[in-house]
Write a new protein. Structure first.
Length: 309
């Protein structure tokens, strides 16, 4: 039986006129660290604040659904892809600036390892724990990314947010921001950048600490495989990797994906797997852990998109 072709969205013509560089039916497997995911209706890079204004004005008028993509880590796109527009901030939003009083202005598109290196070069301490987090400033703020050594919320003084209904930039100051373990009240917001407050440090000492953290990460995590980082949140009082290992699931295979033999809270795409393989393995882990230990595991990875028809 022949498959019926999916019709172009009604807003394609107008959006193409505004953004000739927009890409259509873009495979999300090319934009995620899992190397998985079906096509997005449209993939659009926003390079300036004027681009942001133009897009959201059009999106409001035509009710265009959108999803904002950072580095593509901590994300599983289903095999059917994403309807609407996938936005990725670039250029103007990938800038760093050292400010007075030990502060740094960081665009939403800045990758965390680059932020950490920038701070070290300026003798600013406090961001070192973020060096191994594969994410951007914008994505990190939304989920309060970090490690046991510290989270980005600990450093955040203010966040620049695009107010979509009013089509203007607003500043969320510290008293408005709420950060918790892998959560913030910025979820659902369009983040443009942030001001981070650090502390004075010795450049040599900062670099030494960064190197130590990178060495530890290389020893304990599957850095060189296709994965999205931690799949599950740590339950209160437990380390989820230890729970999964004790459940006998370290190295477990489902289709072309597996629980990492190096770190049990990572799932690797090691043999041309699918997103459905990952979802099936996640279900297996959750059911096994619940049956054996009566612990309900909560996802840290964000799952978006549609199943394959």
């Amino acid at each position: 039986m022949l498959m019926t072709a999916v019709a172009d969205p009604p807003w394609k013509k107008d959006l193409s006129c505004l953004f000739p560089h927009a890409r259509w039916k873009e495979p999300m497997s090319e934009h995620t660290t899992f190397k998985l995911g079906g096509p997005a209706d449209c993939f659009l890079e926003l390079e300036s604040l004027s681009h942001v204004h133009y897009f959201f004005s059009c999106a409001r008028a035509q009710k265009i659904p959108f999803f904002i993509l950072g580095w593509g880590s901590n994300l599983l796109v289903r095999d059917g892809g994403i309807r609407g527009v996938v936005l990725q901030f670039q250029e103007e939003f990938d800038q760093l600036e050292a400010l007075p009083d030990l502060r740094v202005a960081a665009g939403a598109a800045v990758r965390l390892p680059r932020l950490v290196t920038f701070c070290a070069d300026h003798g600013l301490a406090g961001s070192e724990s973020l060096v191994g987090v594969p994410g951007t400033v914008g994505g990190a703020l939304i989920m309060n990314a970090g490690t046991r050594e510290g989270e980005i919320g600990d450093l955040t003084e203010s966040v620049s947010v695009y107010d979509v209904p009013r089509e203007k930039v607003t500043e969320w100051r510290k008293d408005r921001l709420q950060f918790q373990y892998r959560h913030s009240n910025l979820q659902g917001q369009v983040i443009l950048g942030a001001t981070l407050c650090l502390r004075k440090g010795n450049k040599v000492d900062i670099i030494r600490k960064i190197q130590e953290l990178q060495k530890k990460r290389l020893q304990t995590q599957p850095v060189h495989t296709f994965n999205v980082g931690s799949v599950f949140k740590n339950p209160p009082g437990h380390f989820v990797a230890k729970i999964i290992e004790e459940a006998g699931l370290k190295g477990a295979v489902q289709g072309g994906v597996r629980v990492s033999p190096q770190h049990a809270n990572f799932i690797e795409n090691f043999n041309r797997g699918t997103s459905q393989d990952v979802l099936d393995l996640i279900d297996k882990i959750r059911k096994t852990v619940l049956d054996r230990f009566k612990i309900s595991l909560e996802l840290e990875v964000k799952v978006v998109g549609e199943d394959r028809p």
